[in-house]
Design a protein around this ligand. Structure first.
Ligand SMILES: Nc1nc2c(ncn2[C@@H]2O[C@H](COP(=O)(O)OP(=O)(O)OP(=O)(O)O)[C@@H](O)[C@H]2O)c(=O)[nH]1
Ligand SMILES: [Mg+2]
Length: 281
């Protein structure tokens, strides 16, 4: 999926290429899904155009936006991702299959609900099921939008519950104020890139130690970095891959003071498939 850039930049192991000279490029389709009026169009327009409007114009069909972003991954490389962002309509007029055509082939999903309205969460769950059926097990981020308004406790709890069920980190976002919009979109871009870089089911001694530690008690990303003495991006990619392979799960999913996800990982009790590859450190 990733192809070498055309600018001839050499990839020196350990060296960080300049963000202005990315070494690899990839494309990713990302779908925004959620109930009507939760702010999908506003979020994508805030991210791509830097604009916000109080006017509500229902989306009909799907509108596709594009934005390129440089993503730093755990290898130290920079990948330039061209994201096509599919802003889908919230209103579902029927269950006819062609309504889900927009969801096919996505590499990532941004599920959106309205933090002031608990009724926006059940339709979001439905849209996530449809999106994941159409695109397979792709990374999902859950955006609890309109954080500039007073939050509804039920909406907050329901959204975090949906995130936990779907393995989707949650972000408190405001398309109006801009809070966490870039983080939510670009963290997803990084997860998409990492997923395409890591061999899906090859495990080594680091993986085994991480799973053993999480089996004794849930570990945060920071704890894994500290204990294994590995950089954040590297630990994050490993944890995500172990989770995808059913060896870890989110033990807790909460929000930090900035409204960004705070996760801890626990072991599922499943055993490692295949033989271990010894790690030399
Ligand atoms: N206060 C506030 N209002 C918002 C925010 N995001 C969106 N809105 C408002 O909510 C309304 C609906 O926003 P849209 O972005 O059109 O919602 P949508 O999810 O695209 O709706 P559909 O296209 O019908 O599915 C508009 O009036 C926006 O101005 C936000 O973060 N804060
Ligand atoms: Mg819309």
């Amino acid at each position: 999926m990733i192809r070498p850039g055309t600018n001839g930049t050499p990839t020196t192991p350990g060296a960080l290429p300049s963000p202005a000279r990315p070494v690899e490029e990839m494309k990713a389709k990302v779908v925004l899904a959620g109930a009507p009026g939760v702010g999908k169009t506003s979020l994508v327009q805030r991210y791509v155009l830097g604009q916000f409007s109080e006017n509500y114009l229902r989306t009909l069909g799907a509108v596709v936006y594009k934005r390129k972003v440089n993503v730093e991954v755990w290898t130290g490389r920079i990948v330039r991702v061209t994201m096509t962002l599919w802003d889908t309509m919230g209103e579902q007029r029927s269950n006819a299959p062609f309504h889900d055509v927009d969801l096919f082939g996505a590499q990532g999903v941004l599920g959106v609900c309205d933090i002031t309205d608990a009724n926006s969460v059940p339709p979001l769950r439905g849209r996530l099921v449809a999106a994941l059926q159409a695109s397979g097990d792709v990374p999902v981020h859950l955006l609890m939008n309109k954080s500039d308004l007073a939050a509804d406790d039920d909406a907050r709890a329901a959204a975090i519950g949906a995130g936990l069920d779907r393995g989707a980190p949650c972000y408190l976002t405001s398309a109006k104020a801009g809070d966490n919009v870039v983080a939510a979109f670009e963290d997803l871009a990084r997860r998409i890139v990492e997923r395409s870089l890591l061999p899906p089911a090859t495990f080594d001694g680091v993986d085994r130690r991480i799973v053993a530690a999480c089996a004794s008690r849930p570990r945060s990303l920071e704890a894994v970095c500290r204990e294994e003495r590995i950089p954040v991006l590297f630990a994050e990619a490993r944890l995500e891959r172990l989770r995808r392979n059913g060896l870890l799960m989110y033990a807790t999913l909460a929000l930090d003071e900035a409204g960004r996800p705070r996760l801890s990982y626990g072991a599922t009790g499943n055993s490692f498939p295949g033989a271990a590859v010894p790690v030399v450190r």
